[in-house]
Design a protein around this ligand. Structure first.
Ligand SMILES: *Cc1c(COP(=O)(O)O)cnc(C)c1O
Length: 232
């Protein structure tokens, strides 16, 4: 497992995917998804230039935040419970997984207390999978509109987690659908909404996601190797 080698390959793939659809490489940002991985591995990725890291658990994000360099942009990409919002509002660069007005209201409350502004993405369950969180495709625009009224939150775009598939082409339609919802929201010209980010694509399908308009790709296994989950 060589993190540097993996990153070289992924960065090259991103470049190629951008070239294939006439996009500038800089328009796609790579988030190193470091959940379950130990700090030395994050430090290795950091040494290779990674500054965007993604975590899906509040405690783990906070622990790593404390010990890693301060110029890292931390992305909360996992389901967020309202009672844990207070631990991360002043530490994260962006929360990708906002899926309800109640959660957004809690973020607003804690952000106001700490006098910070929080960048968020609205998570959309475009594939309609029962096991996944996220607003429905139909709800997404209304949810964005409601959240945009909260003064300490900036809505920056949309996020989706596509189904696990063998053939990444199967997910193309979901990425295209998220892009369509995003464009429809842009056309609504909602105050305090800055639609500029589409967070979609993981190790198995980030190249397809890029050709459908991703601006953030979230890659874990491809950089750090398979995750081992302790059996408790
Ligand atoms: C774990 C995770 C990823 C990364 O998945 P890989 O397949 O390991 O690249 C991306 N996004 C979310 C929301 C995740 O939870």
């Amino acid at each position: 497992m060589d993190i540097k080698e993996n990153l070289d390959i992924i960065r090259k793939n991103i470049e190629d995917a951008c070239a294939a659809c006439g996009k500038e490489t800089g328009g796609v940002k790579l988030i190193a998804v470091s959940k379950t991985k130990p700090v030395p591995m994050l430090e290795e990725a950091y040494a290779c230039g990674c500054r965007d890291f993604g975590e899906n658990k509040v405690q783990e994000l906070v622990d790593k935040y404390e010990v890693m360099p301060k110029d890292i942009r931390w992305h909360m990409i996992g389901h967020l419970q309202r009672n844990k919002v207070k631990y991360i509002v002043d530490k994260v660069f962006m929360i990708h997984s906002v899926d309800s007005l109640r959660l957004a209201q809690e973020i607003e409350k804690e952000a106001a207390k700490k006098d910070v502004n929080v960048n968020i993405l609205v998570e959309v369950n475009v594939a309609g999978e029962e096991s996944k969180f996220g607003a429905t495709s139909e709800e997404a625009a209304t949810l964005v509109e409601e959240i945009a009224k909260l003064p300490h939150i900036s809505v920056r775009g949309l996020m989706t987690i596509a189904p696990y598939v063998e053939d990444s082409e199967e997910n193309r339609r979901y990425f295209a659908k998220l892009k369509q919802i995003y464009v429809d929201i842009i056309h609504k010209n909602i105050d305090n909404v800055f639609m500029e980010e589409l967070s979609m694509g993981m190790t198995g399908d980030y190249e397809v996601a890029i050709t459908e308009g991703a601006t953030y790709v979230r890659v874990g296994t491809g950089i750090f190797g398979e995750r081992e989950y302790a059996v408790i």
